[in-house]
Design a protein around this ligand. Structure first.
Ligand code: DON
Length: 598
């Protein structure tokens, strides 16, 4: 398949068209232009073909200077406007992050956490800002077990105890101060305006609130926040104002870090905690720290992969699986053929088995990252794969190292005209987190404590088996799967991507990068192709709609336990950068995604 970026001689005439219409719905790029452009019949018009490429069923949005690809239009446009006005990618990422807290409340947040991967063009280096939540000081290993030792899921998922100490505000302000150019007030002003003046309720927002209405209505402050004063739902097109959230954002704008982790907002958080058995104290908030870490690095053939290190498992396992898969001729197998899916499945089983044993917060547990991403370890692991027969998960123990959903998260990608790139994933964990709003703040609490091994050895909300390494400990960060990633080609950033989806984040990012690197797909096609997922336990190969029944039958004959999944897998928001052009795609698996560029 040809990638769109292989267009080389782009007529200046079309540069103008691109500059004027780069902001549009995904997969809709240049439809009107395409209608007016003849098929290649002579030398002059043939140069236009790669832009429109009639071989591709899915097209990215194209821009020249700057781009934000995210889950929601207004917040993506906030970021793009900052880029247009001369801000850099970090400024835009921070402003978009704050704006999503207003416009995309199911996952955009102030009281959640996440990871921001940044490529800094001037320094030619990458850095990872870890703003994952931490367990409160009063948290303990068995805090979610009842008297009989059974997991109390209601308390784990939907109580004040579900919340880890939030990291998002600290992470965004840290990124802005260290790598941005805007003032705090400038970065927060768009989000404050959106919350104060209101936003029209989009179809997606209406759908998201409706889907969680039952849970949100259980919490009086959430009901006040998300429904009309008379209790009825906002309709599509209604203006939804969030004055409490505007106040919280203003506190952060005026006071900085202390406007959230101290002062009035912190007071409201701790009052709420004290009212209902929550654990977060004023001291926990004051103690919260961002950690700037070295990303995880690996290679796949000529590409370099830079991704998220522990306390996320994402980067380690993406690199580990790419190392295993590098030993096979994937191109010859054919994209999404039974042989291809089988080899991906077997490498996923091995990686997710390792996750259950080795991965956790590196500040508490010695995580053997170097060994896990070692090519020699991959070689050893590859020997465990039978190319024709599925290995049952029960026969797969974590490897011996060599030597020494309904759920929601969100990812957005940003690129600026200076060459900086940001890949950011952040979350409240479930859709609308714990579904608890802190009264007076307009702000939902995360339920990230559920990402710990609340009962070591058993599965978490995403079905992931959790080991002792990820047990609850005061101050510890729960193990994550969030995987903001940047792929480099010839030393230059080439693809920024990431996804929500809990356990499927890792397999989603793996397949998106393979689609681009191995099968030469443009980024819209790479996002659209059907995906599969296996996470070792349970021993089930989930396959999205779109695989052929012939493929499914062949996989079953190899011994794979195929489940034609009723749910889609992940939702990427990606930018491909090639020869000075930006190609954006917001995965169509969820409504409302947006590519804003100029
Ligand atoms: O950190 C993690 O891996 C999870 N808390 C992410 C949750 C998530 O992706 C839910 N989204 N669909």
């Amino acid at each position: 398949m040809n990638r769109l970026p292989q267009s080389r001689l782009i007529l200046s005439l079309f540069s103008l068209a691109i500059a004027s219409c780069a902001t549009q719905e995904p997969n809709n790029a240049f439809v009107s232009d395409a209608d007016s452009v003849p098929m290649a019949s002579n030398a002059d018009t043939s140069t236009l073909i790669p832009i429109i490429d009639y071989k591709e069923r899915f097209l990215p949005v194209i821009a020249r200077n700057g781009m934000v690809v995210g889950p929601e239009q207004l917040a993506a446009e906030v970021g793009a406007q900052i880029l247009r006005q001369g801000g850099n990618a970090i400024d835009a990422a921070v402003a978009t992050g704050f704006a999503l807290a207003v416009t995309y409340p199911r996952a955009g947040n102030l009281a959640g956490g996440g990871f921001m991967l940044i490529h800094l063009a001037d320094d030619d280096r990458e850095t990872l800002i870890d703003y994952r939540e931490t367990a409160p000081a009063a948290a303990s290993r068995d805090m979610f077990l009842d008297d009989e030792g059974n997991l109390d899921k209601q308390r784990e998922y939907f109580s004040l105890q579900s919340a880890g100490v939030p990291g998002t505000v600290a992470g965004m302000l840290y990124a802005l101060e260290k790598y941005g150019t805007l003032t705090r007030e400038q970065a927060l002003a768009p989000a404050i305006a959106l919350a104060r003046d209101g936003i029209p309720v989009s179809y997606s927002l209406f759908f998201e609130i409706s889907a969680s209405a039952q849970n949100l209505r259980k919490n009086p402050a959430a009901e006040r926040q998300f429904f009309q004063p008379d209790g009825s739902a906002y309709a599509v097109g209604d203006i939804w104002r969030q004055p409490d959230l505007a106040w919280t954002l203003s506190e952060i704008s005026e006071e900085g870090i202390n406007g959230f982790y101290g002062g009035g907002v912190a007071q409201l958080i701790t009052t709420e905690m004290e009212s209902g058995g929550g654990l977060i104290t004023a001291q926990d908030l004051a103690d919260y720290r961002v950690v700037e870490r070295q990303p995880v690095r690996g290679t796949y053939k000529d590409f370099e992969i830079v991704s998220t290190p522990p306390p996320s498992s994402g980067g380690v396992h993406i690199v580990q699986m790419l190392n295993i898969l590098e030993g096979y001729d994937l191109q010859a197998m054919g994209h999404n053929s039974a042989a291809y899916v089988h080899h991906l499945t077997e490498s996923m089983k091995l990686a997710y088995a390792d996750r259950s044993l080795y991965l956790a917060d590196p500040d508490f547990v010695d995580v053997p990252v170097t060994q896990l991403v070692d090519k020699a370890y991959a070689e050893q692991q590859r020997q465990r794969i039978d190319s024709n027969v599925a290995t049952p998960s029960v026969d797969i123990a974590p490897g011996q190292l060599l030597g020494s959903e309904s759920t929601e998260t969100t990812h957005y990608s940003v690129a600026d005209r200076f060459g900086n790139v940001v890949s950011n994933t952040y979350t409240l964990n479930f859709s609308f987190g714990s579904n608890i709003v802190v009264p007076g703040t307009g702000m939902l609490l995360n339920n990230e404590m559920a990402d710990f091994a609340s009962s070591p050895g058993s599965a978490n909300a995403f079905g992931l088996v959790q080991g002792e390494a990820n047990k609850i400990e005061p101050g510890k960060r729960p193990l994550s799967s969030m995987s903001p990633t940047i792929v480099f080609r010839a030393g230059e950033p080439w693809l920024a991507t990431g996804s929500p989806g809990g356990s499927v984040i890792i397999s989603t990012v793996l397949q998106t990068t393979l689609n681009a690197m191995v099968f030469d797909m443009n980024i819209a096609t790479a996002a659209a192709e059907p995906r599969m997922h296996h996470q070792w336990m349970p021993d089930v190969l989930k396959m999205e709609e779109g695989f052929s029944l012939d493929t499914v039958r062949l996989l079953q004959a190899m011994g794979q336990n195929v489940d034609m999944a009723s749910r889609t897998s992940g939702r990427t928001n990606s930018i491909m950068l090639d020869e000075g052009w930006l190609y954006g795609s917001s995965d169509t698996r969820r409504p409302g995604g947006w590519v804003a560029g100029y």
